[in-house]
Ligand binder design. Structure first.
Ligand code: AMP
Length: 395
């Protein structure tokens, strides 16, 4: 796996695909700088080598050129964070852009205009990718969030660089973290899968059954499993057509020696609302008119014990409807358990969608080993797919 550490960028121009798809408020101020901060180490290494950096990214989903999606809005914020006044060019391909790139001196940074102002970007157009390839000597992909897309700037452009292509620090860290969990993790390896639906996690479950020792299943997925086993789940969320699949998963897990842990009790609510009446119920004896919206106290204890004996932990999906304060306790407790296990030396990766939001919201971000920056890309990695953006560098 080639990373930027395998190159000396002295007097070289690095064409870097970053993910600067950041949220902006109505005055075009950046409201969350995480993605810019995440790209900084890669940019700094290149500048410190004596190279220059050409940054390319998309922002939002513009239809053609739309001023509100211009990357010019973020130039000052990127400059502040990197500590270098970033130059900006109002296009991302063509002679004018090539001229700006030619003028770049070592230590300088140029940000290109939004790649998605051209529909060729998401189409993975060859000719467009070739035009992009003229803008640097070495191609660096540091955008994990788009690594599952075969777009011009994330995948196709790589083929015009033969040997001169590599992963940036952020993307390398994402790949290493996933490998640590799915390939080289110290045992016991535990995966926690929560969230709302079995159907959206089935490919992940099937892939990780070969890789984990323990699988904790929580959140809304629980009830499909419990009903399939003959339990009474009241009005809890359930995918009736996935019951057979749930039983198959349990059988496969047993055959493979994977221990499955399901909730034993839940917080039942008489409505899907923060101020609903609640009661603790056994997971398989939820009365009609009540729905399970969070893990119960016995479940929290049981999951804690599994987490504390794990050396490698993957967490995807909340244990309850954490967006409502009344049903966030299970998710918070799980985060606390994973933080404690991490402090004791376990490796923990949080990734894919709502668990990342939960970890940030409840302040566990720096108490776990790694929080993934890519939602869809992370999910596809956990499904065992090779992401096109990653394959293009390895080719
Ligand atoms: P996912 O996108 O599949 O990871 O699902 C995340 C969503 O699942 C969150 O918005 C949670 O509110 C929701 N969720 C978790 N537990 C439950 C539950 N017991 N009932 C309904 N929704 C749930």
């Amino acid at each position: 796996m080639k990373t930027i550490n395998d190159f000396n960028f002295n007097n070289k121009k690095a064409l870097i695909r970053v993910d600067f798809n950041v949220p902006l408020d109505e005055n075009f101020n950046v409201t969350d700088t995480t993605r810019i901060q995440a790209a900084k180490p890669t940019i700094i290494k290149i500048l410190e080598d004596g190279g220059s950096a050409v940054l390319m990214s998309h922002l939002g989903r513009p239809k053609g050129v739309q001023e509100e999606f211009s990357l010019k809005h973020i130039v000052e914020k990127v400059s502040d964070i990197i500590g270098v006044q970033v130059k900006f060019v109002t296009d991302c391909v063509g002679e004018a852009v090539e001229a700006e790139v030619a003028k770049l001196n070592p230590g300088e940074v140029l940000l290109l205009e939004n790649l998605r102002f051209y529909s060729e970007e998401t189409k993975g157009d060859d000719a467009f990718a070739e035009k992009l390839s003229k803008l640097g000597d070495i191609y660096v992909n540091d955008a994990f969030g788009t690594a599952h897309r075969a777009h011009a700037s994330t995948t196709i452009v790589a083929k015009f660089f033969s040997e001169n292509k590599c992963f940036g620090k952020l993307l390398a860290k994402e790949i290493e973290s996933i490998d640590k969990v799915l390939k080289s993790g110290e045992k016991p390896v535990t995966a926690v899968l929560g969230g709302s639906k079995v159907s959206s996690k089935i490919t992940i479950i099937e892939n990780i059954l070969d890789k984990v020792d323990h699988l904790i299943i929580g959140g809304g997925m629980t009830y499909t499993f419990i009903k399939a086993q003959g339990g009474q789940i009241g009005d809890s969320i359930c995918e009736d057509d996935k019951q057979e699949l749930a039983l198959e998963i349990l059988k496969k897990a047993e055959e493979k020696g994977v221990q499955i842990h399901l909730p034993v009790d839940v917080i039942g609510a008489d409505a899907f609302a923060n101020d609903a009446n609640t009661q603790i119920a056994a997971v398989n004896a939820i009365p009609d008119g009540w729905q399970g919206l969070d893990a119960g106290p016995e479940t929290i204890k049981k999951f804690h014990e599994v987490i504390m004996q794990s050396k490698t932990i993957l967490w995807n999906g909340p244990l309850g409807v954490f967006e409502m304060e009344s049903f966030a306790k299970g998710t918070i407790a799980l985060g606390e358990s994973i933080a404690e296990a991490t402090a004791n030396g376990a490796f923990s990766l949080v990734g894919g969608g709502d668990s990342v939001a939960a970890v940030k919201q409840f302040g566990f971000g720096n108490k776990v080993s790694y929080v993934s920056t890519g939602g869809g890309a992370m999910l596809e990695s956990l499904e065992g797919k090779t992401l096109p953006g990653i394959a293009a560098i390895l080719d």
